[in-house]
Ligand binder design. Sequence first.
Ligand code: ADP
Ligand code: MG
Length: 226
Amino acid sequence: TDELLIKSEKLSVVGQLAAGVAHEIRNPLTSLRGFVQLLQTKTNNYNEYFQIMLTELDRINYIVSEFLVIAKPQAVCFEMKDLRKILHDVISLLDTQAILSDVQIHTIFDSDIPLINCEENQLKQVVINILKNAIEAMTEGGTIEILMKVDDNKIVIRFIDQGCGIPEERIGMLGEPFYTTKEKGTGLGLMVSQKIIEAHHGSLQIKSQINIGTTVDLILPLDPNR
Ligand code: ADP
Ligand code: MG
């Protein structure tokens, strides 16, 4: 197989700055958390306030850690891979979460999907993000359908969920950092996914209808020298 090892660049200058800031925030945060905990054990009053302070400190820490993961330089390894296997691996990874949410995942993959040159771990991240969003949108359960086919000189992976949908005026905000409608969301998943897909010269297309569901198309070009 064609193996290409690239020392990846950090996402951007902004990404590098963010990583630096994130790192700097962590030390004072850890120290603050320690003092709040200490006060909590020494004082009998204000216990619920301390609890809120700890929860909020943990949330800042969580967001900062996410940032560090995104901006961290990683060895990127492009190799010829089977997308059907990548999809099946991710589906089995999310199996428990799907079952707990009463969600069935149904796949229809064409048998003639060629191998494509891609970064397997990054593509898995993208598929995890898309599927988690779908599961999280389906609070009443239901079925997620995943279709994969070759169309012209590209591979189209279509994820169809039966979730809450996204209002039309919000579609444009998807992929903006920190845009989230979830209490525990970070609003970073789609941003990272878009960056990864761009690095594969592909695209993500999202269509949605309120209370009917959302369709996400992950489109990847076929290898031109195949
Ligand atoms: P997060 O999942 O942390 O909120 P994402 O970047 O993954 O961040 O998604 C941003 C927002 O886009 C979500 O909070 C949600 O409002 C919306 N969204 C994404 N995917 C779906 C989907 N399949 N169904 C409904 N809403 C979605
Ligand atoms: Mg998400």
